[in-house]
Design a protein around this ligand. Structure first.
Ligand SMILES: NC(=O)c1ccc[n+]([C@@H]2O[C@H](COP(=O)([O-])OP(=O)(O)OC[C@H]3O[C@@H](n4cnc5c(N)ncnc54)[C@H](OP(=O)(O)O)[C@@H]3O)[C@@H](O)[C@H]2O)c1
Length: 295
């Protein structure tokens, strides 16, 4: 496998630990984030453990589809690529729209990694054997599993909408693995379990993020969230690292790697053909591969 890797949202949290783990295993890692200072600090931290090529930082706001397109062009021009870890993810306490006017949970957790992956596929195919890792979440278990519309019916609850966007991305992962059978490009999802990071510290302390029935049980729910996300990001990075590099996965594809760093059953609904079809339709409509400035 070519020893160049990209980790999105790789300058902090689980992504930074994933990038460090890949660098320790000899990969030249490019990390993506919005903040250049954070990027420079991450590069130093990664370089300190690297055993292969030098790490790099590329700035991009992955909530913007235009910036995802520009990023894909830059990454494709950088040379061969062995591993793409789509680690970006975000939970929003309040309903938000991106610069593209798309509901932010769906945009950041699904459309952005979808678009980056599709735009890098030629590169990954040419450089096969290669691997794509989409970072998932057990929040899927409490998500609405209907994809008749882009935004689910009912009120906005950040945790559930986040889970549904992750389910959309997992359905896409299942589809892509099937589509790329025999190409040498393997596709995995990785569930990190939980870790104390900016994301969990920032949003998982507000009862607003869960539906009214769960709000009634908020003290219990909050305690469960706190317990589930108390571990270090380095532990949570194990599933992505396993998916990206472990030799036992050679020749395999389409698996979900659980938080114990071994293959587990897919979350319910991820291989539902109707959901997959709807997710693909929305993805193609909302995130066309050629944006307005790239006719
Ligand atoms: N933490 C958990 O308990 C948990 C549980 C299950 C799944 N996950 C999933 O694991 C992945 C990593 O989670 P995490 O908790 O490590 O998240 P995090 O703490 O929010 O990650 C921080 C990193 O994300 C970057 N980032 C955030 N928004 C970005 C954007 N719009 N564009 C580019 N970079 C962005 C940050 O850099 P800048 O600030 O410089 O942009 C930084 O590098 C996500 O997919 C998440 O959904 C996490």
């Amino acid at each position: 496998m070519n020893r160049r890797a990209v980790v999105t949202a790789g300058t902090g949290g689980i992504g930074l630990e994933t990038a460090k783990g890949l660098a320790q295993r000899g990969f030249a890692v490019t990390v993506v984030g919005r903040n250049s200072e954070r990027g420079a600090a991450a590069v130093q931290e990664i370089a300190a453990v690297a055993t292969g090529g030098a790490p790099r930082f590329v700035a991009a706001d992955l909530a913007s589809l235009g910036q995802v397109r520009e990023l894909a062009e830059r990454l494709a021009d950088e040379g061969p690529l062995g591993v793409l870890v789509n680690n970006v993810g975000a939970m929003f306490a309040d309903r938000q729209r991106t610069v593209d006017g798309i509901e932010a949970s769906f945009a950041v957790n699904h459309l952005s990694p979808y678009l980056l992956t599709e735009l890098l596929l030629d590169r990954l195919r040419a450089d096969a054997p290669s691997r794509i890792v989409n970072v998932s979440s057990a929040a899927i278990k409490s998500a609405k599993r209907t994809f008749d519309t882009v935004e689910p019916p009912g009120g906005y609850y950040g945790f559930h909408w986040y889970g549904r966007a992750k389910l959309a991305n997992l359905a896409y992962t299942v589809h892509l693995a099937e589509r790329l059978q025999g190409s040498g490009v393997a596709v995995f999802a990785a569930d990190p379990g939980g870790a104390a990071t900016d994301m969990t510290d920032g949003t998982m302390t507000s009862p607003k993020i869960v539906s009214p029935p769960l709000r009634l049980l908020w003290p219990l729910v909050r305690r469960a969230f706190a317990r589930g996300t108390s571990g270090p990001a380095s532990m949570a990075a194990r599933s992505s690292l396993f998916a990206a590099t472990d030799a036992s996965l050679d020749g395999r594809t389409g698996l979900l790697i659980g938080s114990e760093a071994k293959p587990v059953r897919l979350f319910r609904g991820a291989d539902d053909p109707r959901s997959i079809e709807n997710v693909l339709r929305f993805s193609r409509e909302l995130a066309p591969l050629h944006g307005p400035h790239h006719p």
